[in-house]
Design a protein. Structure first.
Length: 397
């Protein structure tokens, strides 16, 4: 594994970003790859294409809202990891994990996997006939962040392009910065270019007007220089049709995502939040402190409907062996599909079974399907990070 893994404290040249809870937000290490820089994004309102807005009418983006992940999907999008310089000798194992996740999701709903043309044959061979592989240039597997975040409304469906810039120019993203636009063009779906820069893994919605996010991955000069939290929150409300934003501090500079919300807190349903908690005997490190801070916020938070939130703690697995400092050992990065829920399995049967029971209780009527993802987790990511749902909408392609 190289230094460019998902939870590694990144280094570039002599610069070391050693930051703690939100107080230390700073720009990420730069790379030489082409990027969708924050300055390239619109500075005021979302840009919607193809569509025209009559004079005096509200922004087209205002007619859309992001549905909860639990609503029906047309398909799931995934991506084939392409870069050996990112994964090193772990690339074959990571590809096996992605194929395993794709095959499991395909039991519940269609899966479309994006792959570089020269790598698509291998992807088809490993994923099998149940997974559709399309030729579309990508750099890495994190479709949650590089792909469009879909919203729906009376006019159908649109995809929000969050101007992916490699998590603040921390990783090569010459192709990944264009995945959202290219995918939307291929499927003939309206594109909404966001006035902010970030990633799909950085937001979590309940589908009833409430959004959760960490300040560390948004109010950060490596993505949104010069923008305040209030400005970013206003963009969330217009882009995703929400009325209430619950902010957590998060952790800046200690992993490539700057602490995405989808590894910290998720909506199981409106009014119910499941939160990642450290296991017994876990060190009081920056990650456990981030969880503690989020738990304190949730104790007094209310959602867009004015409800106090029920909070369910989901404890991390008790790993019996050292799997590396970058290993993302959390059950929270699960993915809800049509009729099912795909969760990671880490090999500790007691912990895995306990987590499966909690998730089954939180998502009644869904089949819980555990999948081993040790190679993906060693890179600091999970199942949710590697997937992006296209919700059902009248007339959607």
């Amino acid at each position: 594994m190289t230094d460019l893994s998902r939870r590694t404290l990144l280094r570039s040249g002599s610069a070391v970003a050693a930051l703690a809870l939100l107080e230390g937000c700073s720009s990420g290490a730069a790379d030489d790859a082409p990027s969708a820089s924050p300055s390239a994004a619109p500075s005021t309102a979302p840009s919607v294409t193809p569509a025209s807005t009559p004079a005096g009418s509200p922004s087209p983006a205002a007619a859309f809202a992001m549905p909860a992940e639990s609503t029906p999907h047309v398909r799931t999008f995934m991506a084939w990891p392409a870069l050996e310089e990112v994964w090193g000798d772990q690339l074959p194992a990571v590809r096996q994990d992605i194929a395993r996740v794709a095959q499991t999701i395909a039991r519940f709903e269609p899966v479309v996997l994006m792959a570089r043309p020269e790598q698509s044959a291998q992807a088809r061979q490993l994923c099998g006939a149940t997974v559709e592989v399309i030729d579309l240039a990508v750099d890495d597997l994190w479709a949650r962040d590089t792909g469009p975040t879909f919203v729906t409304g009376p006019g159908g469906i649109a995809g929000v392009d969050l101007n992916f810039n490699g998590w603040g120019n921390k990783q090569a993203h010459g192709n990944d910065s264009r995945v959202a636009a290219n995918l939307l063009e291929r499927y003939g779906i309206r594109r909404v270019q966001a006035p902010i820069t970030g990633e799909g893994g950085g937001i979590e919605v309940d589908g009833e007007g409430t959004l959760m996010a960490t300040e560390s991955s948004w109010v950060n000069p490596n993505r949104n220089p010069g923008k305040t939290r209030d400005q970013i929150e206003a963009a969330f409300k217009e882009l995703f049709g929400v009325q209430q934003v619950i902010w957590f501090a998060g952790v800046a500079g200690q992993d490539i995502t700057d602490c995405h919300i989808d590894a910290l807190a998720r909506f199981a349903e409106p009014g119910v939040v499941v939160i990642h908690r450290p296991g017994p005997g876990a060190p009081a490190d920056i990650w456990s402190k981030a969880s503690d801070q989020a738990l304190e916020v949730l104790k007094t938070a209310t959602d867009a409907k004015g409800r106090k939130l029920r909070v369910v703690e989901l404890t991390e697995p008790e790993l019996t062996e050292d799997r590396g400092k970058d290993f993302l050992a959390t059950y929270l990065n699960y993915y809800v599909v049509n009729g099912g829920l795909i969760m990671p399995r880490f090999g500790d049967k007691a912990s895995d079974d306990r987590a499966a029971g909690v998730l089954a209780e939180l998502h009644p009527g869904r089949t819980v399907a555990p999948v081993e993802i040790n190679a993906i987790a060693a890179g600091g990511g999970g199942i949710h990070c590697s997937t992006q749902q296209q919700p059902s909408s009248p007339g959607a392609p």
